[in-house]
Structure formats: structure tokens, C-alpha cells
Design a binder for this molecule. Structure first.
Ligand SMILES: Nc1nc2c(ncn2[C@@H]2O[C@H](COP(=O)(O)OP(=O)(O)OP(=O)(O)O)[C@@H](O)[C@H]2O)c(=O)[nH]1
Ligand SMILES: [Mg+2]
Ligand SMILES: [Zn+2]
Length: 296
């Protein structure tokens, strides 16, 4: 499935594209998923009704990147059936947001989607990111430092994309669409300037869309996200998604230690000793509190 256009759905069928309506009662093979609405990346079975193409069934999802829809208690699926997610962050404008980056990393881990961190706009200078790139590399997340404007290291991005389906995600204005245009100018995706007043993007891309690459493979360009609330994670799944925290958790006195306030907590000791990065620990603590309070 390529994109939703109100009631109509654009579907890649072989080499061609078909515009189809979805049956009112879609059949979800393998059972209804948590968020039973078609999303970009869904694999569907087409039939016809009155001579017009219709979507009859949806294949089981191999994976899905899900967040809590803003100010609601419902899940929102960003895309399904992707091989990897390229989490795009600007080097300076909009200001890099470690908390949001960690949220994306946790959600990818939970969904079983391989994350790749892309620091775009390297031409703006790397002083705001230099201090922590090595930390993420040490956690074995690939980090690409690139520039859609100057073309810096776009070859590395292309090698990552070739032959795979990649979700481009990150805040508005980070340059997701610009990177895709730089890689494949024929895409002609709309891009929008970062606001001078707020330093934020202007939500230029308004719907997720699956795009075929000349290199082979597909990308999903998505609208920038301001928030990423976790959906349906347990405490232990959260710890598992923080390899740096998980590596120390076995040393805590209490087996069910939350690493927030218990005595003899090996995680907090490691933070104090500088063995766990403070910002990573803050991300963990924020997300844990969100889980405990039910996501509000
Ligand atoms: N200096 C510099 N500016 C860039 C670079 N890449 C993108 N930009 C600019 O950043 C602004 C935002 O780019 P977009 O590609 O629209 O960002 P986006 O992430 O797709 O944003 P949304 O669609 O709103 O989520 C545009 O003005 C781009 O020209 C870069 O490598 N260097
Ligand atoms: Mg865009
Ligand atoms: Zn602990």
C-alpha cells in the first residue's frame, strides 16, 4: 500500500499503481491487529467490485511502528512491514532532540525494526551533536553524518537503502524529504523552510507515502512528528530497549528495581560514575514514568 487519499488507497501492483477503495469490512489475515486501519506498507489482496478495484484482504503485518496518538489513548501505526527506520535529526536547526531520538530508538527496538541514525545538515556545523554521536555508535546504532545540501556521505545512505524498505522518520524540518530528493531528484518531494521565529519545521509533508527507489527497494517518507508517546511497552521491555541500562541492571539489590529511587541501584551508581550517559538515563526515567502513569 502506497498512500491513503481519503477513502481511496494507492496500491503498488507489480510495476503499476492501482487506485482502489477498501471494502467496508476488510479481512485481516491472521487476525485483527491492534490498530486495524490500513497504513502505508500494508500488503493487500485486490479484487474487483462492479468492475472497480477493491482491497479485500490485508496480509499479516511483519512489523509495525506504533505510537500513542497525541492526546489520546489510541495506538497510531506509522507504517508496517519496513526493514529499517532512518531516524533523521538536524545538526543544528531544528535543534537536535535527544529525548525524541531515544523514543524512536525504543519504539524501533520494540517493533523489531532496525534503526539507523542520520544527522542531516552537517553543513550547519556539528558542535551540538559531536558530544554524543560516539555514545550511540558504542551502543551499536549506525550513525550517518550527512548533508542533503552539500551531498556529504549520501553514498552511505544509498548503500543502506538499496534493496530494502526504509521508513524515514524524525521531527519536522530535519530534512527527510530533502535527503530523498538529493538521493533521487526525480522524486520532487515538497520541502519547506524551517521557521525563523521558532526554529521548527513547518510540517511540509502531510501524509506518509511509499516511494520506489531506482536503487531498488522502497522508502516511506513521513510527516515530521513533534511527539512520540510509547504504546504498549512493559517496564522490562523498556529496560531491554536501553542496552546501556540493561547492562547494569543485573547488579541492583532488588530484582524489580525501577532504577529511579531504590537503594543499592547499580544503574544509578553507573550514572553517577559516568558509565551511563546522564541524558540517556533521563530519557529512560521519563519513559518509565510515562509507562507507569499510563502514558499521560
Ligand atoms: N543547511 C541545510 N539545510 C537543509 C538540509 N537538508 C534540508 N535542509 C532544509 O531544511 C528545511 C526542511 O527540509 P524538509 O526536507 O522539508 O524537512 P522534512 O524533514 O521533510 O520536514 P517535514 O516534511 O515537515 O516533516 C528545508 O528548508 C531544506 O532546504 C541540509 O543538509 N543542510
Ligand atoms: Mg518532508
Ligand atoms: Zn536499579
Amino acid at each position: 500500500m502506497i498512500a491513503m487519499h481519503g477513502p481511496l488507497v494507492r496500491v503498488q501492483a507489480g510495476d503499476g499503481v492501482v487506485v482502489a477503495a477498501a471494502r467496508r469490512r476488510l479481512e485481516w489475515e491472521g487476525g485483527r491487529p491492534e490498530a486495524a486501519r490500513l497504513v502505508v506498507g500494508d500488503r493487500v489482496v485486490l479484487g474487483t467490485s462492479g468492475g472497480e478495484p477493491v482491497i479485500e484482504r490485508v496480509r499479516p503485518r511483519r512489523n509495525a511502528l506504533v505510537r500513542r496518538a497525541p492526546s489520546s489513548s489510541r495506538p497510531q501505526v506509522l507504517a508496517a512491514n519496513v526493514d529499517q527506520a532512518l531516524i533523521v535529526t538536524a545538526a543544528r536547526r531544528p535543534a537536535p532532540n535527544r529525548r525524541l531520538l531515544d523514543r524512536f530508538l525504543v519504539a524501533c527496538h520494540h517493533a523489531g525494526i532496525e534503526p539507523v541514525i542520520a544527522i542531516n545538515k552537517a553543513d550547519q556545523g556539528l558542535d551540538l551533536v559531536r558530544g554524543w554521536i560516539g555514545l550511540y555508535e558504542a551502543l551499536e546504532y549506525p550513525v550517518l553524518v550527512v548533508s542533503a545540501r552539500t551531498g556529504r556521505d549520501l553514498g552511505a545512505v544509498k548503500r543502506r537503502l538499496a534493496g530494502r524498505t526504509t521508513l524515514f522518520c524524525g521531527p519536522s524540518g530535519a530534512g527527510k524529504s530533502s535527503l530523498l530528493n538529493a538521493i533521487q531528484p526525480g522524486l520532487k518531494l515538497r520541502v519547506g523552510a524551517v521557521s525563523e521565529a521558532t526554529g521548527k519545521g513547518r510540517h511540509t509533508t502531510t501524509r506518509a507515502e511509499l516511494l520506489p527507489l531506482e536503487l531498488g527497494g522502497f522508502v516511506v517518507d513521513t510527516p515530521g512528528l513533534k511527539e512520540f508517546g510509547l504504546w504498549n511497552l512493559t517496564r522490562s521491555e523498556l529496560v531491554a530497549a536501553f542496552p546501556d541500562i540493561a547492562a547494569h541492571a543485573f547488579g541492583c539489590r532488588f530484582q524489580d528495581c525501577t532504577h529511579l529511587h531504590e537503594p543499592d541501584c547499580a544503574v544509578r551508581e553507573a550514572v553517577e560514575a559516568g558509565d551511563i550517559d546522564q541524558e540517556r538515563y533521563r530519557s529512560y526515567a521519563t519513559l518509565l514514568e510515562e509507562i507507569v502513569s499510563g502514558g499521560r
